[in-house]
Design a protein around this ligand. Structure first.
Ligand code: IMP
Ligand code: MG
Length: 172
C-alpha cells in the first residue's frame, strides 16, 4: 500500500478550535446533545467537545453502509441507536467526513423522527466533489478535501490506521 501525509496534526487542531468557537457562539449556554457517529468520528468528537463550553450530553450511533473498501453504496443502516431521549433537545450530529452525503442524510432523517428541538451537523472533512445528495448542507464544516481516499485521525483504511494523529491519503 502506498500513502502520503496530507493534513498535519496542527492543521487539524486549528480547524477544531475554529469549529468549537463557531459552535460555542451558536448555542451559547444552551444544553447540547452531541451524537457521535461511530467509529470514524470518535477521535474528532473527543477533541472537539473538550473545547465546548455549554453542558454537553454525549451519545453514540453506529451507521453502516454496504460498501467496498473505499466507496459508499448509498444503502445506509442504523446498526446501533442512541440511548438518550432527544425529544425537545438541541442535537448536534458529528461525523468524520461527508462524502456522498448518504450517511448524514439518513442519520438526520432518522433522528428528526425523535422530535428534537433542533438538529445540526458537523463534519471535520468535506469531500464535496463526490456529493450525491444535493440538498444537504453541513452546518459546521471543517476542511475541504479533493476526491482522494483519506485515513488517520479516526478514519480507517480496511479498519486500520485510525490511530494516526494526522491524515494520510491513499495513492493507488
Ligand atoms: P457518505 O455516506 O458517502 O457521505 O460517507 C460517509 C462515510 O463514509 C463516513 O462516515 C466515512 O466512514 C466513510 N468515508 C467516506 N470517505 C472516506 C475516506 O476518504 N476515508 C475513510 N472513510 C471515508
Ligand atoms: Mg463513518
Amino acid at each position: 500500500m502506498n500513502f502520503e501525509k496530507m493534513i498535519s496534526e496542527e492543521e487539524i487542531n486549528n480547524k477544531i478550535l475554529e469549529l468549537s468557537s463557531q459552535i460555542n457562539k451558536y448555542y451559547n449556554d444552551e444544553e447540547l446533545c452531541v451524537i457521535c457517529v461511530l467509529k470514524g468520528a470518535a477521535i474528532f468528537t473527543c477533541d472537539l467537545i473538550k473545547k465546548l463550553k455549554m453542558p454537553v450530553i454525549l451519545d453514540y450511533l453506529v451507521a453502516s453502509s454496504y460498501e467496498d473498501k473505499t466507496y459508499s453504496s448509498g444503502i445506509v443502516k442504523i446498526s446501533k441507536d442512541i440511548d438518550i431521549n432527544i425529544n425537545g433537545k438541541n442535537v448536534l450530529v458529528i461525523d468524520d467526513i461527508i462524502d456522498t452525503g448518504y450517511t448524514l442524510d439518513k442519520i438526520v432523517e432518522y433522528l428528526k423522527e425523535k422530535a428534537p428541538k433542533s438538529i445540526k451537523t458537523c463534519t471535520l472533512f468535506d469531500k464535496s466533489e463526490r456529493r450525491k445528495i444535493k440538498n444537504i448542507e453541513v452546518d459546521f464544516k471543517g476542511i475541504k478535501i479533493p476526491n482522494e481516499f483519506i485515513f488517520g485521525y479516526g478514519l480507517d483504511y480496511c479498519e486500520k490506521y485510525r490511530n494516526l494523529p494526522f491524515i494520510s491519503k491513499l495513492i493507488k
